[in-house]
Design a protein around this ligand. Structure first.
Ligand code: AMP
Length: 119
C-alpha cells in the first residue's frame, strides 16, 4: 500500500487548505508558503509519489493538472502576463512532499528558471 501523504489528507479534507478546485481526478489549493502573488499546487487525488512513479494509467489525471492550472491562471488574472508550471522530482529537484504536485506560480516576473551553478 502507498504511504499516506500530507497532500492526500488535504484531498480528503482531513487537514485545512485553501482549496480552489476539486474534481474526481485532481485537487488545487494555495501553497501555504507562497513564492509569488499566485502560488497554487495542483495534485492528483491518487498518491503518485514522484514523476518517476507515473504510469500510462495516470495520464488522465496528469493531463488534468494542465487544464486546471490554465483555468486557475485565467481566474487569477495572470494568464496574459504568463506564469510558471513546475514539478520537482526527488532530492536534486528539491521535492519536499512525496505526492506529485504541479506548482502554478505567477503574478510577478519570475526571472531565470534555475540559478547558475556557483563554484
Ligand atoms: P516541493 O518542494 O515541490 O515538494 O513543494 C512542496 C510545497 O508544498 C512547498 O511549496 C510548500 O510550501 C507546500 N506546502 C507544504 N505544506 C503545505 C500545506 N499544509 N498546505 C499547502 N502547501 C503546503
Amino acid at each position: 500500500m502507498t504511504e499516506d501523504t500530507l497532500f492526500a489528507k488535504i484531498v480528503r479534507k482531513e487537514i485545512p487548505a485553501d482549496i480552489l478546485y476539486q474534481d474526481e481526478l485532481v485537487t488545487a489549493f494555495r501553497d501555504i508558503s507562497p513564492k509569488a502573488p499566485t502560488h497554487v499546487l495542483i495534485v492528483p487525488n491518487k498518491i503518485i509519489p514522484t514523476v518517476d512513479d507515473v504510469s500510462a494509467e495516470d495520464e488522465a489525471a496528469l493531463g488534468r493538472l494542465f487544464t486546471v492550472a490554465a483555468q486557475i491562471a485565467r481566474d487569477e488574472g495572470i494568464a496574459e502576463d504568463g506564469y510558471r508550471l513546475l514539478v520537482n522530482c526527488r532530492d536534486h529537484g528539491g521535492q519536499e512532499v512525496y505526492h506529485l504536485h504541479m506548482h502554478l506560480i505567477g503574478g510577478r516576473p519570475l526571472g531565470i528558471m534555475a540559478p547558475e551553478r556557483r563554484g
